[in-house]
Design a protein around this ligand. Structure first.
Ligand code: KG4
Ligand code: ZN
Length: 346
């Protein structure tokens, strides 16, 4: 079954063709980073306008790269939420138009489910597994018992991990988005130079909090204006503090649920320090860590196609009155009406 997948929840416009929920025939992404960079974060109005300009060329690009036409497509999957409502609507309206014109089944996909299943476009991982989404909008842990079975274990109470990277990078003058810039600078710094706080919240909590560490960096820089290698030490020490908490809580979640496989996705999962640490430390308690390749970690449409395939296979089709859900906690309330964490705050 070939699915056309569309992703436009935040600031990247994506379209992909996916076969049988695992083979990527094409995965096209048009990034808006250069539009939002000068504002230091995503401007929702500009994002939706850019999606409108990009969506048709991106879908054409996905069809061309896969050397297929719309006549080969057997289903349409689109991100329904969570995300910026104006951005989501561009993808949803386009998906509806194609599904209607070609008489194809349509399914709305939870963006977080897409991140959690991205790995399956590259390799098989047996269930149950612990899944983490660490991105600019989310830091959430799940027990994943099947392709459509997610039990939430913890999530951030304030800033997402990627948001903390972005805010600290902005404060240090490293540009936007900041995760990659911090990782790059951290390579020449000492991760033990400064002891930034690790917020574990409570001993048994699998929730996260990253706003304190951001404030600690600001306070540190005010008190100790950096010189020479100071910036690199700050970047390395900040990164280490975030990675420490992520690694510890992922391993706790695995141990507590007696699961030895963990899958980490979302933009922050491309961080090499996180990958190294989890791969090394996971070995002790017998945790095997899996990461999608960096392009599949970030927002992309292929992951929406993987998720959409499994939903359609289960008969979870949506109708033409499907709306966007700016908040949609995965695994808590399928109606999506429950209050969840803010989406796409950067
Ligand atoms: O998944 P993603 O592309 O979009 C969202 O759904 O948010 O994630 C983007 C986030 C940004 O906050 C970015 O700074 C962060 O992922 N990020 C990283 C790295 N690469 C991207 N954070 C830490 N280290 C990286 N190498
Ligand atoms: Zn995302």
């Amino acid at each position: 079954m070939i699915i056309l997948a569309i992703e436009s929840s935040c600031d990247d416009t994506g379209a992909a063709l996916i076969e049988d929920g695992k083979s990527i025939l094409s995965n096209i992404l048009s990034s808006q980073d250069e539009v939002h960079r000068r504002y230091g974060g995503v401007v929702p109005e500009l994002a939706s306008r850019r999606h409108l300009e990009n969506i048709v060329p991106v879908i054409r690009g996905a069809l061309d790269e896969a050397q297929r036409s719309l006549d080969d497509v057997e289903g349409v999957a689109v991100t329904r939420g969570p995300g910026l409502v104006g951005s989501l609507l561009v993808g949803i309206m386009t998906a509806k138009a194609i599904a209607h014109a070609k008489d194809l089944p349509l399914v709305g996909v939870n963006h977080l489910m897409g991140h959690l299943l991205a790995i399956f476009a590259e390799q098989e991982v047996a269930f149950p597994l612990i899944g983490m989404v660490a991105s600019g909008g989310h830091t959430s842990l799940y027990l994943v018992e099947g392709f459509t079975a997610f039990r939430p274990l913890g999530r951030t109470r304030d800033d997402a991990a990627g948001e903390a990277f972005d805010k600290v990078a902005k404060y240090l003058g490293l540009g936007y988005p900041g995760g990659m810039a911090i990782e790059h600078l951290a390579r020449s710094g000492d991760p033990e130079a400064i002891s930034f706080p690790r917020a574990y919240i409570a001993k048994d909590s699998l929730d996260f909090s990253f706003s304190g560490i951001k404030t600690a960096v600001v306070n540190y820089v005010r008190a100790n204006p950096p010189s020479d290698n100071g910036m690199a030490d700050i970047a390395a020490s900040f990164q280490e503090a975030v990675v420490d908490v992520l690694v510890d809580k992922i391993i706790w979640a695995a141990q507590r649920n007696k699961v030895d496989r963990v899958v980490v996705s979302g933009g922050v999962a491309s961080n090499n320090r996180l990958r190294e640490r989890l791969t090394q430390e996971g070995k002790g308690p017998g945790v095997q860590a899996y990461f999608p390749s960096p392009f599949l970690c970030r927002d992309n449409a292929a992951m929406i196609g993987v998720a959409g395939y499994h939903l359609l296979k289960e008969g979870r089709k949506d109708e033409m009155d499907m709306s966007a859900l700016s908040r949609w906690p995965l695994g808590e309330d399928e109606s999506g009406m429950k209050k969840g964490p803010d989406s796409c705050p950067r």
